[in-house]
Structure formats: structure tokens, C-alpha cells
Design a binder for this molecule. Structure first.
Ligand code: HEC
Ligand code: HEC
Length: 354
């Protein structure tokens, strides 16, 4: 018996040792984890947020089907690449080269292309250039002619920058076009990628209200753009930290942003500065009202008599007659736009029937 008992005893001892050992390991783990937690409760947040911080915030918020600009590091390291880089610099720092104190020429109002074409024309719904290379040259009803990229760029120089046109053959125009072509090089001909240009706003059922827009402007915009929409100049006076939104240094009445739907769409996805389309600060109604206020304030005027040679092609929110319908200029400025759209549809089907 005693010979049989011995192995049993030693087995029993081995087993209990194992249990004691396992229990101490468990205790050690629990104790060290609590100690770690006691000294660094942040560890939990760190662990849970580790995945998120891997990606830059922008791509995290950007649905994957939105256009993404090519990586700048892919610009070739040759003279063509130099031209593209100069083009980008001209978009970002237009005023430094071509503003009132421009080092190349004085031919525009001190604004930069980037003030409206955000992040050098790469931001989704930030008026980006993704579809320029793929869709130009194209017929534009505003001028009634087929426009090249050069012509479209000069439209913005003459209207948005209230300035003069650049020569198509100038070093600066060639560089700007080279950059824009490079940005859109991967977009197939004729395609407009998702996130191109500006957000298309739904029309509201009342006229946009400039008085309400004024109150909203003083709450949400005034800290950067100033109570008189005058902006804040940089220290050298060669450009703007915060660009003007009305007044003598702002875009003129022929600019795209002067139209209510363009202005509302621009601020909805982009203002206050640094917001994106996924987290707007103003509601649709607020965007329309602010647009009504800002575009009612004084600004440089452009002779627009040659625009929209076919008046049937005027957008409903182009506020200067003559129109094919008999709504007033005031309604074409502030809306409501739905009755105008209905009426125009009716007129078009009637004229087709003739
Ligand atoms: C005050 C704002 C503003 C500034 C500054 C501005 N633009 Fe524009 N630009 C616009 C608006 C608005 C549109 C039309 C967007 C739309 O209708 O969707 C536009 C359209 C364009 C287009 C055509 C885009 C397309 O997809 O068809 C090009 C190219 C362009 N701008 C180039 C420039 C360049 C180059 C500069 C600087 C010299 C410049 N813009 C400065 C507001 C501006
Ligand atoms: C925190 C500062 C800030 C606030 C607040 C802000 N903006 Fe801007 N805004 C900017 C900056 C900076 C730019 C130019 C962006 C660039 O160059 O990258 C700009 C550009 C603009 C532009 C196009 C360029 C121009 O001057 O015409 C408009 C229009 C505009 N803002 C309107 C508004 C409106 C309307 C609001 C209120 C809803 C607003 N912004 C709130 C900083 C701000």
C-alpha cells in the first residue's frame, strides 16, 4: 500500500503547486494592471484611440468615394515638375506674385486663388480643380463660347480677383495650367469626380433674408472677416490673413460667388474656416441668408452686358435682367427660386411645342 500511496501523494503535491503557481501569476497580472491603471488611467484612452490616430483626420472624415488629389511628392523632379510647383505656388500665393504689390506684375486685388479654391484646389466640395483637365475645353453658356482652361482661369482673374487677364503664353499662365492639368491627370475625359466644385444647395421656399444673414454674420463670421467684411491684411500689406468678403478689395459682381447658390454652397461646406462637408456649422437656411447679406453689400461692379448671350441659359439666381420670364431682378437675386424654375420649364416646353 505504502508503495502505491507515494506516487499519489506526489501527484497531489504537483497539482496543488500548479494551482498555487497559477493563482500567483493571475494575482501578479491583476495587481500590475491595477497599478498601471492607477498611475496611468490615460492608457485606456490611448489604447482605444490608437487605431484612429494612425490616419490623418481628413481621410478619416472623407468617405472613400470622394476624389483625392494626387500626392504632391509625385510631381516629377524635372523642369516640367518645376513648372507644376510654380503653378501651385501661384494658386496659394497669388497676391505675392500678381497682387497690388506683386513681384511679377500688379494685376489683381490681393486675394489668392486658394481663398476660394481651398487647399490649393484639392479640397472635396472646397471648389477643387478635379474636373478641369477632364472637362475643358468646353462650351460655357455665360460667355456663349467654347472656353479653354486659360480662358476659365482668366475669368476668375477678371471677376473673382477683380483684375486683368494674364497672357496665355506667360510663364505664370502656363504654370497655373500645368498644375491644374497635373491635379486632374488621373480623371478620365468627361468625368466629374465625386466632391467636385461646390455643394449643390436645395432651394428654400422663401426669399433669402439679408437681415437675418446680418445677425448670423456677426455671430459666425465677423471674428475673421470683420464687421465691415473688410478682412485682415497680413503684416506686409501684400495680401490677406483673412480675405475681404465685400468692399473695394473683394470679388466683383461678375464673380461666381456673387450668385446666391454658389456663395451658400461655398460656405455650407467650408466656413467657418477648416470645417468640412461632413460637419457643417451653418444650416441650409442660414447659408442662404448669410449669402443674401454678404452679396447685398457694396463691391466692385463689372460690366456684364456681354454675359449669357442666350438669356434662356441664365441660371435662376443670376440677378441681372433681361430674363425669359417676367420675375423681377429682386426675386432672381433672393428667391424664392422654385416658382421661377417652374415658370421657365413651362416656357421652354411651350417654345418647343411651337
Ligand atoms: C472669390 C472666389 C474665387 C477666387 C478668388 C477664385 N475663384 Fe476660380 N472659381 C470660383 C467659383 C465660385 C467658381 C465656379 C464654381 C462653380 O460654379 O461650381 C470658380 C471656377 C474656377 C475654375 C473652373 C472650375 C471647373 O471645375 O469648371 C477654374 C479653372 C478657376 N476657378 C480658377 C481660378 C484661378 C486660377 C484663380 C486665381 C487666379 C481663381 N479661380 C480664383 C471662385 C473663385
Ligand atoms: C476662423 C476664421 C474664419 C471664420 C470664422 C470664417 N472665415 Fe471665411 N475665410 C477664412 C479664411 C482663412 C479664408 C481663406 C481660406 C484660404 O485662403 O485658405 C476664408 C474665405 C472665405 C471666403 C472666400 C474668399 C473671400 O474672401 O471672398 C468667403 C466668401 C468666406 N470666407 C465667408 C465666410 C462666412 C460667410 C463666414 C461665416 C459663416 C466665414 N467665412 C467664417 C476664415 C474664416
Amino acid at each position: 500500500m505504502s508503495r502505491l500511496k507515494e506516487p499519489f501523494d506526489s501527484q497531489f503535491i504537483k497539482l496543488s503547486n500548479l494551482i498555487v503557481f497559477a493563482a500567483s501569476v493571475l494575482l501578479l497580472v491583476v495587481v500590475s494592471f491595477s497599478v498601471a491603471l492607477f498611475f496611468a488611467p490615460e492608457i485606456i484612452t490611448w489604447i482605444s484611440s490608437e487605431k484612429k490616430t494612425e490616419k490623418p483626420v481628413v481621410s478619416q472624415e472623407t468617405p472613400s468615394d470622394l476624389w483625392v488629389a494626387p500626392d504632391e511628392s509625385l510631381i516629377p523632379l524635372d523642369t516640367h515638375g518645376d513648372e507644376i510647383r510654380y503653378g501651385k505656388d501661384l494658386i496659394v500665393n497669388t497676391s505675392r506674385y500678381l497682387g497690388p504689390k506683386g513681384t511679377v506684375k500688379s494685376m489683381s486685388n490681393g486675394m489668392n486663388c486658394q481663398n476660394c479654391h481651398l487647399e490649393a484646389g484639392t479640397k472635396p466640395f472646397g471648389n477643387n480643380y478635379s474636373a478641369v483637365a477632364s472637362t475643358y475645353p468646353k462650351f460655357r453658356p455665360r460667355s456663349g463660347m467654347v472656353e479653354t482652361i486659360e480662358k476659365r482661369v482668366n475669368d476668375c482673374f477678371e471677376r473673382s480677383l477683380n483684375g486683368e487677364a494674364l497672357d496665355d503664353d506667360s510663364k505664370e499662365m502656363k504654370a497655373i495650367v500645368a498644375y491644374i492639368r497635373w491635379l486632374g491627370a488621373d480623371v478620365p475625359k468627361g468625368v466629374k469626380p465625386n466632391g467636385v466644385g461646390l455643394v449643390e444647395m436645395a432651394f428654400i421656399n422663401r426669399p433669402a433674408n439679408p437681415e437675418r444673414g446680418k445677425e448670423l454674420f456677426s455671430l459666425k463670421c465677423v471674428e475673421c472677416h470683420g464687421a465691415n467684411g473688410e478682412g485682415i491684411p497680413n503684416a506686409e500689406g501684400s495680401g490677406w490673413i483673412y480675405p475681404p468678403v465685400w468692399g473695394e478689395n473683394s470679388f466683383n459682381s461678375g464673380a461666381g460667388l456673387f450668385r446666391l447658390s454658389r456663395f451658400a454652397g461655398y460656405i455650407k461646406a467650408n466656413m467657418p474656416f477648416l470645417i468640412t462637408v461632413e460637419n457643417p456649422v451653418v444650416t441650409d437656411e442660414e447659408a442662404w441668408d448669410i449669402a443674401a447679406y454678404v452679396t447685398s453689400m457694396p463691391r466692385p461692379k463689372k460690366d456684364l452686358t456681354a454675359d449669357w448671350p442666350d438669356i434662356a441659359k441664365k441660371p435662376v439666381d443670376h440677378p441681372f435682367g433681361p430674363f425669359i420670364d417676367d420675375f423681377s431682378e429682386v426675386q432672381h437675386k433672393y428667391g424664392p427660386f422654385k416658382p421661377i424654375i417652374e415658370k421657365q420649364k413651362e416656357l421652354m416646353t411651350m417654345s418647343k411645342g411651337k
